[in-house]
Design a protein around this ligand. Structure first.
Ligand SMILES: *Cc1c(COP(=O)(O)O)cnc(C)c1O
Length: 224
């Protein structure tokens, strides 16, 4: 995608997103384009989803005037590589992962911001807590001294009919309201991270506070 086109797309999505923050999912995107999006288009949040790629890009990304988040599946043994590099981990889908984040955060003397990942479509091969597990899991996540849960994240099942997204996002919003909002310290803003290129309009309609956009800005990814 050429630079002026990237800016055009960002501006348009921002308009459509209303109150929701725009996070750019920057997997496979080169650092020049990411820099352009941050410095010339004012993007405030970027998210990487592979540890290896984040580490490779980190020297270029670390001084950008934006927050760097981790949004992908995270293996426990890799927490140590990113704990001091990101400001929010969106994808905490198990208590054992949360325990490892607690351990590493304590070691670094920090409190790590996290989101509890919900497998809202109850899909076999997807990570995250099942909807029924969220109340107890979220409560437990709030008990770790070096972990600060700020809300929920979900990846909805891919829907052919876009209106089907509404059902999943409404259900996630309900969980967010019932389990998270009251528990977030009022110095912080509760975050509901949902909506991607194909579904952000529906997500915003259902109360998303942060949409994660890749291909709608940077074009179709050719490699994974
Ligand atoms: C890649 C990715 C996105 C963005 O996907 P697009 O469909 O390209 O917008 C959002 N969230 C996560 C976790 C991702 O890995």
């Amino acid at each position: 995608m050429e630079y002026p086109e990237i800016k055009k797309r960002i501006d348009l999505i921002r308009k459509e997103a209303g109150q929701a923050e725009l996070l750019l999912a920057t997997k496979t995107v080169d650092c020049e384009r990411i820099e352009y999006a941050v410095k010339e288009c004012g993007v405030k949040y970027i998210g990487e989803n592979r540890v290896q790629e984040l580490l490779e890009k980190y020297d270029r990304l670390k001084d950008l005037p934006c927050e760097l988040h981790f949004i992908g599946t995270l293996q426990k043994n890799k927490v140590k590589y990113i704990i001091d590099k990101v400001s929010l981990i969106h994808s905490v889908g198990s208590l054992s992962l949360c325990e490892e984040i607690e351990r590493q955060a304590e070691k670094h003397g920090i409190i790590m911001n996290v989101l509890c990942e919900v497998n809202i479509g109850q899909e076999e091969n997807k990570s995250g807590f099942l909807p029924d597990e969220v109340p107890e899991a979220y409560e437990k996540m709030c008990g770790f001294p070096h972990v600060r849960p700020l809300g929920l994240m979900t990846m909805a099942p891919v829907c052919q009919n876009k209106s089907d997204y509404l059902k999943y996002f409404t259900k996630t919003y309900r969980l967010f309201i019932d389990n998270c909002i009251k528990k977030v310290d009022n110095r912080y803003r509760p975050i509901l991270s949902m909506g991607m290129s194909d579904s952000y309009r529906e997500a915003v309609q259902c109360g998303s506070t942060m949409i994660r956009i890749g291909s709608a800005v940077f074009g179709q990814r050719t490699t994974k």
